[in-house]
Design a protein around this ligand. Structure first.
Ligand SMILES: Nc1ncnc2c1ncn2[C@@H]1O[C@H](COP(=O)(O)OP(=O)(O)OP(=O)(O)O)[C@@H](O)[C@H]1O
Ligand SMILES: [Mg+2]
Length: 263
């Protein structure tokens, strides 16, 4: 599952709570933080100190160099195994999923460090295409980390939005990118929804763009309250937002979520 959306719409909450909901069912789950300022670990229950001490894999130059180096200057290896990286760098978290902080790199042509890009692509390919864990990726708006073969194997791309017009516009751009990248099932997740008008704005946008609304997550003051207090919102069993995301997780597993026909 790939989780995307405009900055601040609730991607990390959705990705974290989904990963938690899968792990809680006994499914081995890897949550990947592909954000440039990674904080998924906090949602999964790690302490701020633990989260700060993690160096994203895309910034581990030693490791990138050792995987991609060839005997020819300027030429780097594109294909290599990454299973040992996953075993060595996935951290267990108090809420159940393993966490892999991948970080982000810009796409080739946008001034990226290409060897780092090769490592990130191989990691995602291995996790999505070759391995058996449930994988939830908290990602920024772009989908450029996904090579075509990986994009086609993503079970669901959840584009998170609130009812704000700017968030919906950004969601529209991401939907176009996701379709162009070849991701077969793209769905909207409305978040921080307050009242029938907001619900209807999100549903209307979904109808207009021909994109199913997989879930509407209510505004829940317990979520920011937990975060301000330095706690994970997942520890609050009564949170309506967390329960709604867990419900989405169930529907995704049962493949009864709108838009999942043929999943
Ligand atoms: N359903 C909700 N109800 C109330 N507050 C929410 C809800 N979902 C998220 N929030 C709050 O909105 C803010 C942004 O959430 P979150 O960090 O999950 O978004 P994000 O999309 O990952 O942001 P970024 O783009 O910065 O990574 C946080 O303060 C969080 O507490
Ligand atoms: Mg985030």
């Amino acid at each position: 599952m790939a989780v995307s959306g405009k900055g601040g719409v609730g991607k990390t909450l959705v990705a974290g709570a989904l990963a938690w909901s899968f792990a809680r069912k006994g499914i081995r789950t890897i949550a990947i933080d592909a954000d440039s300022s990674p904080n998924l670990g906090l949602t999964l229950g790690l302490s701020p100190g633990q989260v700060e001490s993690i160096i994203p894999l895309s910034e581990r130059e030693d490791l990138i160099e050792s995987r991609t180096r060839t005997d020819y200057p300027g030429v780097y290896r594109l294909h290599f195994t990454v299973d040992d990286l996953i075993e060595a760098h996935a951290l267990s978290t108090p809420s159940g999923p393993f966490l892999l902080v991948m970080g982000t790199v810009r796409a080739p042509g946008a001034g990226c460090a290409c060897p780092a890009h090769a490592v990130v692509r191989n990691l995602l390919r291995s996790l999505v295409v070759e391995r058996n864990e449930a994988v939830v990726v908290d990602m920024e708006a772009g989908v450029e980390h996904l090579g075509r073969g990986t994009a086609e194997r993503v079970d669901a791309m959840l584009v998170v939005t609130d009812a704000n017009l700017k968030s919906l516009q950004a969601a529209g751009r991401i939907l176009d990118l996701a379709r162009a990248a070849g991701i077969p099932r793209v769905m909207l997740v409305g978040n921080r929804v307050q009242g029938a008008d907001q619900e209807e704005s999100i549903r209307a946008f979904g109808r207009q763009r021909g994109i199913p609304v997989a879930a509407l997550i209510p505004f829940d003051p317990a979520v920011p309250a937990a975060e301000i207090g330095g706690r994970t919102p997942l520890a609050d069993p009564g949170s309506p937002a967390v329960s709604a995301i867990a419900g989405l997780g169930e529907a995704l597993l049962a493949r009864t979520v709108p838009g999942s026909v043929g999943m």
